[in-house]
Write a protein that binds this ligand. Structure first.
Ligand SMILES: Cc1cc2nc3c(=O)[nH]c(=O)nc-3n(C[C@H](O)[C@H](O)[C@H](O)COP(=O)(O)O)c2cc1C
Length: 198
């Protein structure tokens, strides 16, 4: 049975347009793939600690002892085992909210989500074939050097061994000249179409 992991970094909760877009995709995906088990991790509810010195020290100690089965590494194990992954995060300060960065730091565990081969080359250990990044932006940044969310996640997908990153984005939502509802409605239709293909 396929399992899809949904990482929800939509800090504004029910007011989030990114979450609305992600949920629309997930509803369509579930309809198209009724057997898929979708597991949500709400990062604002989960509140993983940043890697402050004591957190990192505990992590280093457990890792050095080979205790990769400890709860500390559960998010990384879950991420590594997912067949498909959806990450929903608003565009903040040209990238994404810190809660997502904290999560990514916590799941980037050597010998769980990535490792190294005999030659010292990095090898991805994640099972997922695809990662979908759902994002809404206030301004227009797609395809510019200022948009740092997609490149960051693309690089991490390479590290994790996830072959495909797809970005579902809508932008200009805080531009007063734009019809916000029309932009969002168009994105929701793109989410419907993608749900059948992803
Ligand atoms: C803390 C914060 C930082 C933001 N930074 C940017 C930014 O750098 N560029 C941009 O275009 N929009 C920025 N925005 C606007 C959001 O990207 C936009 O409103 C988005 O649709 C919010 O998504 P949400 O409705 O899912 O929360 C920012 C919003 C917040 C709250």
């Amino acid at each position: 049975m396929e399992n899809l992991l949904f990482i929800n970094a939509c800090v504004r909760g029910e007011r989030s347009r990114t979450l609305k877009l992600a949920r629309r995709f997930l509803e369509g995906y579930q309809k198209a793939h009724p057997d898929t088990v979708i597991t949500q991790r709400d990062l604002c509810a989960q509140r993983l600690q940043p890697q402050y010195p004591e957190v990192l020290a505990e992590r280093d100690e457990l890792w050095a002892a080979g205790k990769l089965d400890q709860p500390m590494f559960e998010p990384a194990r879950e991420f590594a085992a997912a067949d498909k992954i959806v990450v929903a995060a608003p565009f903040w300060d040209l990238c994404f909210p810190a809660v997502l960065k904290i999560y990514l730091e916590r799941i980037s565990v050597t010998d769980v989500t990535f490792g190294y081969d005999d030659q010292g080359a990095m090898v991805g250990l994640c099972r997922a074939s695809k990662l979908l990044y759902v994002v809404t932006r206030g301004g227009n940044y797609a395809g510019t050097d200022l948009e740092m969310g997609t490149p960051m996640l693309r690089a991490l997908c390479a590290m994790y061994g996830i072959p495909e990153l797809i970005t579902l984005a809508t932008e200009g939502l805080d531009d007063v000249r734009q019809d916000k509802q029309a932009l969002l409605d168009a994105a929701l239709l793109r989410a419907d179409a993608l749900a059948g293909e992803f």
